[in-house]
Every structure is written in structure tokens, then in C-alpha cells.
Design a protein around this ligand. Structure first.
Ligand SMILES: [Zn+2]
Length: 429
């Protein structure tokens, strides 16, 4: 089969420590990469994520980045409509350089596709809590949900649009990718401790959103504008939430209702038929995300019509975050799915990977590029990487994407090339 792209992410500190040319040359030579992108806005997360130490960084053993800094220059003029302004790195070895330009300049020399990723969070959460608490999502009790910004807040939406616009307008990229967190999905509800918990219980997953977001006043205003009876929805969901999280100590009256629900095999259908307010809440979130993607898409295209807006899906059930791929298909140019099950031994024989890719495909249709991630990280093996690529070759994907070079071994990077050969995958030139 033919694919269009083999992509690799690179972090600014990888480029600073190993050298731009070394990083790019390595992924091109070992994994046939023809597309490189900078993780240009990155949340705080220990790197490398899935192993203790770096596998090939000559300068440091691990790295702890600042929260949600931007590693390339932005034009402040684009942020006139929002109080949120870009925050840059204060670290000496990263300051004063436009790492996106560094990467794209070398990438173009090697005839590669180039891109930028805006990762899970795009603004420092501690700064937001202190200076702009209004921009963060609120749970059903009105408390702040950490790291989740509300896209129904116009200041947030304007900031997001400005970031995308600026990235595309002022940099030489073919795509701008994001795995930004959408509505908080809460935590799946589990059966009580003395009963068997089914980790695949989808009713539990849906009910988890009751601990998620968003219930802020911006959401309320938008929902009412769309014709929803928001106050009734919230009142119904509060009742449901109390039952779902009932214990003998906080809500004795509802404990039995909770236990029989979580021990039953009620389908999501039954749950939603009984709780129209839950359905309306989920539908409102879906409409909110579709509206957000539409506006971002317009921003990207107004900066450069040839640049792709790519969503990088990282959830097993993105619909719980408000993302319905069918509802946003007109506003996305391509999708990456970041399933990294290789790094945990793919114990499910790639079931999640297969299910998620097909779910996205049915949403976006057959024409838009779908890029499948894989993880050449130390907990994977060369055999598993090759097997994964063989599975992917049967799923109609348009590209592969490595996650991530910083923790990859050369043995595993080589397995990508070998796996493509064995699976009969060729890159369309
Ligand atoms: Zn909100």
C-alpha cells in the first residue's frame, strides 16, 4: 500500500541538545521520515515520558520543561482581542531562538514536510489560576478544573485562534497540529469495591463526564443562546452526580441506586433515555467543539489556505470530550491518532488502535488523511513495531507518525523502516 507521510515530532530541547541536523537526519535515515514537526507549545511533563532516561541525548539525562511555553516567536499584535499573551521559555539554553524556524529551515533543505504542534495545554495553568481564573473550566460545583481551558470563553477562543493564525502566518509549515484538551472528561465511574469492575464499562465512562466540564457561566450563556434549558440540565445532572458518587458517608439514601446501576449491564442507550439532560449536556459540548474547530479552521486558512489543520486525537473516547469527528469533518484537513500501545506491549493485540482509527475514519470520511501513531520507545520491541505496522497496513491509513524520538532507541527506529518494507508500505513521492 501507499502512504503519503511518515512524521516525527521533535522537542525544542532535543534540537538544542542533539543539534537540529542530527535529530532530523536520524529519523530520516532510520525510519524513512519525510515530515518533521516541532512540539512548539508543550505542557509540563517529564521527558522522556516512558523511560527513566534519555536514550541518545548527549547533554542531559532527563528534562523537566516549564508549563505551556511557546518555543517560537509570535507577533503580539495578533493577540489584541484577548488578555492572554504568549509566554516564552526562561531557560537559558532555549531562550532567544525561534525553534520552529530552526527546524523548518533544515527540514526544507532536506525536502521534508514541516509542521508545528500545539500540545495539550497552551497556557500556563498556575498563571491562569492566579491572574485569569475565569478562563479555566469549572466542574458541576463551580470549582476550577486544572489545565482545562473553556472554549466557550471568548478570551480563550481568541487566544487559541491567535496562536494558530500566528503559527501559520509567520512560519514555513505545511500543517499545524494540536492535541489540545477539549472538555474535561472526568474519571470513569467504577463499580463498588466488593463487586467486579468491568474496565470496559461504557456507562461508567459516560457518567465520568459528571466530574468533568464545563459548567462555567460562559457555557451557561452559550447554551441558553442555543435554546437549552441550562439550569434544568445542571440541576438534573447534580442529582445524577450525587447518586453516581454516593457512598454511605456522603449520601446513604442513594447508595443502593449506585450499586445496582454499576452492577447492571445497562447500555448507554438506557442511561441516555432515562436522562435527557445528560444527552443535552453532551450534545451542547459537541456543538461547542464543532464551533471552535470551525473558527480555528477559518483562522488557519486566512493565514495560509495551503496549510492543514490537523487534530491529534489522544483519547480512546474523544466523544466524551465533546469531539465528534463527523461534526468537525469539514473543519479538519487531517487527523493523527496517538495510540501508543506498543510501549505497553500491545496486550490488546492492537484492538484500541484498530477501533479508534476506524472510528475516526467513519467520522472524517474516506478522503481526508488519517495518520496513525506508533511508539518506538524502550518498552516496545522491534517485533512489536513491525507487527503494529503490519496491522496499520490493513487499516487504510495515509501516514505513520513516531511518538516520540526523544525516548526512541535506534533499534526501534530501524524497526519502523523494516516494518514498512515487510508490510509492503511505500511512500508516494
Ligand atoms: Zn465553560
Amino acid at each position: 500500500m501507499y502512504i503519503k507521510e511518515v512524521a516525527s515530532s521533535l522537542y525544542p530541547w532535543d534540537l538544542a541538545d542533539e543539534g537540529v541536523a542530527t535529530c532530523v537526519d536520524n529519523v530520516v535515515e532510520h525510519s524513512l521520515v519525510n515530515s518533521v514537526y516541532l512540539v512548539g507549545i508543550m505542557h509540563k511533563e517529564k521527558r522522556p515520558l516512558t523511560n527513566l532516561y534519555y536514550t541518545h541525548n548527549p547533554k542531559r539525562k532527563f528534562y523537566l520543561p516549564e508549563d505551556s511555553r511557546i518555543y517560537y516567536r509570535m507577533d503580539e499584535k495578533n493577540f489584541a482581542n484577548t488578555p492572554l499573551k504568549p509566554l516564552y521559555s526562561q531557560r537559558d539554553f532555549l531562550q532567544g531562538k525561534d525553534w520552529l524556524d530552526e527546524l523548518t529551515t533544515y527540514g526544507r533543505k532536506r525536502n521534508l514536510k514541516t509542521g508545528a504542534e500545539i500540545s495539550h495545554t497552551f497556557f500556563d495553568c498556575e498563571v491562569a489560576k492566579k491572574e485569569f481564573p475565569d478562563v479555566l473550566q469549572k466542574n458541576i460545583h463551580g470549582d476550577i478544573i486544572e489545565r482545562h481551558f473553556c472554549c466557550n470563553n471568548d478570551h480563550v477562543k481568541e487566544y487559541m485562534k491567535a496562536i494558530f493564525y500566528d503559527t501559520v502566518k509567520n512560519h514555513d509549515v505545511d500543517f499545524v497540529q494540536t492535541c489540545m484538551m477539549l472538555f474535561a472528561i472526568g474519571e470513569p465511574v467504577k463499580a463498588p469495591w466488593f463487586m467486579e469492575n468491568d474496565p470496559e464499562n461504557k456507562v461508567g465512562a459516560v457518567l465520568g463526564v459528571l466530574k468533568g466540564g464545563c459548567f462555567c457561566h460562559h457555557c451557561r450563556e452559550k447554551a441558553i443562546k442555543l435554546g437549552y434549558d441550562w439550569d434544568k440540565i445542571v440541576s438534573d445532572l447534580k442529582q445524577l452526580e450525587q447518586m453516581v458518587y454516593a457512598t454511605a458517608y456522603n449520601n446513604l439514601d442513594s447508595v443502593m441506586d449506585n450499586h445496582v446501576l454499576m452492577g447492571s449491564d445497562l447500555l448507554e442507550t438506557g442511561l441516555l433515555l432515562e436522562n435527557p439532560s445528560l444527552y443535552q449536556f453532551l450534545e451542547f459540548r459537541m456543538k461547542s467543539i464543532a464551533a471552535l474547530f470551525k473558527e480555528i479552521h477559518v483562522s488557519v486558512k486566512s493565514a495560509n489556505p495551503n496549510v492543514d489543520f490537523r487534530y491529534n486525537n489522544y483519547l480512546r473516547y474523544p466523544e466524551l470530550a465533546g469531539l465528534d469527528f463527523a461534526a468537525v469533518k469539514d473543519y479538519l484537513d487531517s487527523v493523527r491518532d496517538s495510540d501508543y500501545s506498543e510501549q505497553t506491549g500491545a496486550l490488546d493485540k492492537f484492538k484500541r488502535k484498530r477501533n479508534t482509527l476506524l472510528k475516526i475514519r467513519r467520522g472524517i470520511g474516506y478522503d481526508k488523511p488519517l495518520i496513525a501513531a506508533l511508539a518506538p520507545r524502550p518498552n516496545a520491541t522491534p517485533e512489536l513495531i513491525r507487527e503494529s505496522i503490519k496491522v496499520l497496513s490493513t487499516l487504510g491509513v495515509d501516514g505513520l507518525s513516531l511518538g516520540h524520538y526523544d525516548g526512541a532507541t535506534f533499534e526501534l527506529l530501524d524497526a519502523v523502516k523494516q516494518g514498512m518494507l515487510e508490510a509492503g508500505i511505500e511512500i508516494l513521492r
